[in-house]
Design a protein around this ligand. Structure first.
Ligand SMILES: [Zn+2]
Ligand SMILES: [Zn+2]
Ligand SMILES: [Zn+2]
Length: 103
């Protein structure tokens, strides 16, 4: 599935961000996150539910925008057991673990 995220985040543009779950490369962390959201909701009928407030969206990028706008950085619910980082989605945590803590 093509990701419809625009480059709307002022983050590390131009750096290659790899999805460790399927080895796809993205040129911004926002696009990678949107892709990871889609991984999180595979097989769930094409809807994306906010893990914090349970609002439902029909596009991964809408959910991504909602999370940044409404929940900011505070409500992340998945803790990395090996460093202090936290994540909204289990697939984000998996991707992080594979990219940062794989030996
Ligand atoms: Zn992937
Ligand atoms: Zn929410
Ligand atoms: Zn970690």
């Amino acid at each position: 599935m093509a990701c419809a995220c625009g480059g709307n985040r002022d983050l590390e543009e131009g750096i290659n961000h790899e999805c460790k779950l399927c080895n796809q490369m993205f040129d911004s962390p926002a696009k990678l996150l949107c892709h990871l959201i889609e991984h999180s909701f595979e097989g769930m009928g094409g809807t994306f539910k906010c893990p914090v407030c349970f609002t439902v969206f029909v596009q991964a990028n809408k959910l991504q925008q909602h999370i940044f706008a409404v929940h900011g950085q505070e409500d992340k619910i998945y803790d990395c057991s090996q460093c202090p980082q936290k994540f909204f989605f289990q697939t984000e945590l998996q991707n992080h673990t594979l990219s940062q803590h794989a030996q």
